[in-house]
Ligand binder design. Structure first.
Ligand SMILES: Cc1cc2nc3c(=O)[nH]c(=O)nc-3n(C[C@H](O)[C@H](O)[C@H](O)COP(=O)(O)OP(=O)(O)OC[C@H]3O[C@@H](n4cnc5c(N)ncnc54)[C@H](O)[C@@H]3O)c2cc1C
Length: 454
């Protein structure tokens, strides 16, 4: 074992797993099987001080450092070949201030675990659509989910952070302390340090009305669904997946093999108003399944724990609308895919997210009315070029207006696409913050914002 690793082992109460150890394969595993990397060590610190020790050791030894909260990076950034993975999974503390309406959460928590815990008090912070995603990666990139129109992005509920910077300091960061860094943390991803704790605003929301509405997937329904979501009160947010229904037990047999829209809807308000807001969606076509009902916010999360995604080709973009022409393009491209499963995801934005001034945080796309994602999953890496080309064509067909992408939906797509996440002045400001807090680019296994020459 080389010296830095021996130091790492001896200086941590938390676990350090290296090749040859029992549990190494489990420790190095991330959500996407295609990122099958072999780190030199996976360190699982037991405190913020230990996080700082790992950061310092990586910096001093020149070892690549990958930071992991929930392990769902689309680009494989939370693992490394030959580097140190700093796995925050052991840090799952949650401190609630019910009177003040805030929560301090350690970043090893998943969105699901956090939401279950605060939901017991009738409270929420909005995350994404999947419970097993880590609050670390999701929040630092922005956080777009079922409450986006009601309470904004996850970062709009972020009040403060504790951050270990490249020089091993543990900083308290908020509007008063390191305000530029706080601006950058809200959307700039993992570029500036390791967030060990995040302080969130808690919103009162004892229940939502929502769940899945399964509709036939013709162009008229797709167009109508988007129009209904745009016209809906802003308590309602929608994430709609258009796909050929797989033969899974939770979908009715009559839907298997058919193009369907799996509309995930959430009305963040009282049940009666929710039923009224959902009526236009139910009226679009005879539903193949209607699972809309009152439930706690955490009940909305899609379970992906048993999901094994090996290969995926995906592209994400912001767009203005899905009109009749775009809806037809969606259907045509899905039908043209040769992958076992292909999907187009449509999210209508606006509401609270759009009311925050664009320069208030490093998330630069608040004014865009919609986000679309296209993707397919398959088994064989040899098929990747074909499916990547399909995803590129599909995304190009839906593109309207300025280019732009949500950083957390970027895969490993190169520096030009990272620039699309941070257009114009946002990029320049992020580079300034990066220069100040990570001039040596220690935190580079991410959608990277290089500090440039000093
Ligand atoms: C199935 C699935 C569904 C998703 N749904 C949504 C959704 O609805 N809405 C949405 O907004 N996003 C969604 N995402 C995207 C998700 O937000 C990103 O993949 C995010 O980076 C995952 O966070 P993580 O902590 O699980 O990932 P990780 O792989 O652990 O981290 C990703 C990167 O974030 C940085 N990072 C993570 N934790 C920290 C930390 N504590 N300090 C500093 N840097 C850190 C690091 O650079 C790391 O490489 C989804 C992803 C998947 C796979």
């Amino acid at each position: 074992m080389s010296t830095p690793l021996a130091q790492l082992r001896s200086s941590l109460d938390g676990r350090v797993t290296v090749p040859g150890d029992a549990g190494y394969d489990r420790a190095r595993k991330v959500f996407y099987g295609k990122w099958d990397r072999r780190p030199a060590a996976v360190a699982r610190p037991a405190s913020a001080e230990e996080v700082a020790r790992v950061v310092t050791l990586a910096a001093e030894s020149g070892t690549e450092l990958a930071v992991r909260s929930g392990g769902h990076s689309l680009a494989g950034h939370s693992t490394s070949d030959g580097g140190i993975v700093l796995d925050l999974g052991g840090l799952t503390g949650l401190e609630l201030d019910l009177e003040g309406g805030t929560a301090w959460a350690e970043t090893g928590l998943t969105a699901g675990a956090y939401s279950e815990a605060v939901g017991a008090h009738g409270l929420v912070t909005g995350f994404g659509d999947t419970g097993s995603v880590g609050i670390g990666g999701l929040t630092l990139g922005g956080g777009v989910g079922f409450l986006v129109r009601r309470f904004g992005l996850t970062i709009d509920s972020l009040l403060a952070a504790e951050l270990v910077t490249a020089d091993g300091r543990l900083l308290g960061v908020d509007e008063e302390r390191h305000p530029e860094l706080f601006w950058a943390l809200r959307g700039g991803g993992g570029n500036f340090g390791v967030a060990t704790r995040l302080k969130f605003r808690l919103h009162e929301l004892p229940s939502v009305v929502g769940g899945m509405l399964l509709l036939p997937g013709g162009p008229e329904v797709i167009e109508g669904l988007v129009a209904a979501a745009v016209a809906a009160p802003e308590e309602l947010s929608m994430i709609a997946n258009v796909m050929v229904a797989p033969p899974v037990p939770f979908l009715p047999a009559e839907a298997h093999g058919q193009l369907v829209v799996m509309a995930l809807l959430a009305y963040a308000g009282d049940a009666e108003a929710g039923e009224r807001a959902l009526a236009p969606f139910r009226a679009l076509a005879r539903p193949l399944a209607d699972m809309l009902q009152p439930m706690p916010y955490a009940g909305l999360f899609q379970g992906d724990d048993d999901m094994e995604v090996v290969e995926e080709s995906a592209r994400s973009l912001f767009c203005d609308t899905i009109d009749a022409t775009a809806a037809k393009l969606v259907v045509e491209h899905l039908e043209a895919s040769t992958a076992p499963m292909a999907v187009a995801q449509l999210r209508v934005l606006g509401g609270a997210m759009a009311r925050v001034p664009v320069e208030a945080t490093a998330f630069a796309h608040r004014h865009r009315p919609m986000m679309a994602g296209v993707g397919c999953v398959y088994e064989d890496a040899a098929d990747r070029p074909v499916h990547d080309a399909w995803a590129d064509r599909f995304a190009a067909a839906l593109r309207q207006g300025d280019p732009g992408v949500y950083v957390n939906f970027l895969s490993d797509e190169g520096p030009e696409r990272v620039r699309e996440a941070y257009p114009g002045p946002t990029w320049d400001r992020l580079v300034q913050v990066k220069r100040r807090y990570d001039p040596g680019n220690l935190f580079r296994r991410n959608q990277n914002i290089p500090p440039g020459p000093a």
